[in-house]
Design a protein around this ligand. Structure first.
Ligand SMILES: [Zn+2]
Length: 143
């Protein structure tokens, strides 16, 4: 899997840009191991997802990985009916934001869940998934 393909895959989330994340390859390695990871600033404790190599709060670069575990609350969601060229075969799909205690995670809601079932505040969890084409991703499921 080339980095370009990975970056293209992330673009699919619509709300998340992984461009410029210097540790994106580590992020992918963790995904391969079934773990969804963000970064935490060792200095001020700020959590970031998607992972950042530098803390935008204390301007520190001493970061460590943490695993996105457990469940979060659905903060908002939106069903997309358009997508960049090449991704239109998946439409429509729903993206959402899960709020955890210390961070928020943007991503795609599993296609088995209809928009009618979704409610702001419902408890969901993020799961790493392997797509039929071997690409790695993560989706939100009911907790
Ligand atoms: Zn910091």
């Amino acid at each position: 899997m080339s980095k370009k393909e990975i970056d293209t895959r992330f673009n699919k989330f619509g709300t998340v840009s992984f461009t410029g994340i210097s540790r994106v390859n580590d992020f992918i390695s963790h995904l391969e191991g079934g773990k969804l990871m963000g970064t935490k600033c060792k200095k001020c404790g700020a959590h970031f997802f998607p992972p950042r190599a530098d803390c935008c709060k204390s301007l520190d670069s001493d970061m460590e990985w943490f695993e996105v575990k457990g469940s979060g609350k659905l903060l908002s969601y939106s069903t997309l009916t358009f997508a960049p060229t090449g991704f239109t075969q998946d439409l429509p799909y729903t993206i959402g934001v899960l709020e955890y205690d210390l961070y928020k995670v943007f991503g795609r809601i599993d296609s088995s869940i209809s928009e009618k079932e979704l409610k702001v505040g419902m408890v969901m969890r993020a799961e790493v998934t392997k797509l039929p084409n071997e690409q790695l991703s993560y989706t939100f499921h009911k907790a």
